[in-house]
Design a protein around this ligand. Structure first.
Ligand code: HEC
Length: 160
């Protein structure tokens, strides 16, 4: 009986560990497919554009979103919460986007620790693989981030 009790009380802790493990394994892998992501982006394209002719629509242009502080694309009128998150230091990268895209409002509420935080983006991209793929696609419209491994640095590492 005592043993059973012990398992029961440690279950939530185990759960937290599992979530952390899953999140970090995603962060490490992040193996999205840009070609598939282009198809996923059709869902975003109702509100967002990328490429040379990109313009702000319902949502901001998503060129160079990697490394961009949240809520700062020129001439786009962001919601207060995402601006606050950017001012608090949020810079978009793969890990942050992966969580944001799943549920932007929930994400901003957690980031700002504010139950009333709002997102102007109501769209949620639930499927994990879709998020990885669309992130890989968006990356092709962003310059490589500082410290990021390019093929060149990988080659250098394998030489040494
Ligand atoms: C129904 C319209 C709509 C759809 C669909 C949509 N978004 Fe958004 N998105 C927005 C709006 C509006 C904002 C501005 C959020 C705010 O101000 O709170 C935004 C913000 C963003 C941001 C933050 C940009 C910045 O400069 O900080 C990213 C990244 C983003 N969207 C990615 C995506 C991706 C990827 C998809 C498709 C999987 C998508 N969005 C689908 C409307 C949309």
């Amino acid at each position: 009986m005592a043993a059973y009790k012990k398992i029961e009380t440690s279950a939530p802790i185990l759960g937290t560990f599992l979530v952390a493990a899953i999140l970090s394994s995603n962060a490490a892998a992040m193996d999205g497919d840009a070609a598939k992501g282009e198809k996923v982006f059709k869902k975003c394209a109702a509100c967002h554009t990328v490429g040379e002719t990109a313009k702000n629509k319902v949502g901001p242009v998503l060129n160079d979103v990697f490394g961009r502080p949240a809520g700062t694309f020129a001439d786009y009128k962001y919601g207060k919460s995402i601006i606050a998150a950017g001012e608090a230091g949020l810079v978009w990268n793969e890990e942050e986007l992966f969580i944001y895209l799943q549920d932007p409002r929930k994400y901003l509420r957690a980031k700002l620790d504010d139950k009333k935080a709002k997102s102007k983006m109501t769209f949620k991209l639930k499927k994990e693989q879709d998020r990885l793929d669309v992130i890989a696609y968006l990356k092709t419209f962003s310059a490589p981030m500082e410290g990021e491994e390019t093929e060149e640095t990988e080659e250098k590492q394998s030489e040494s």
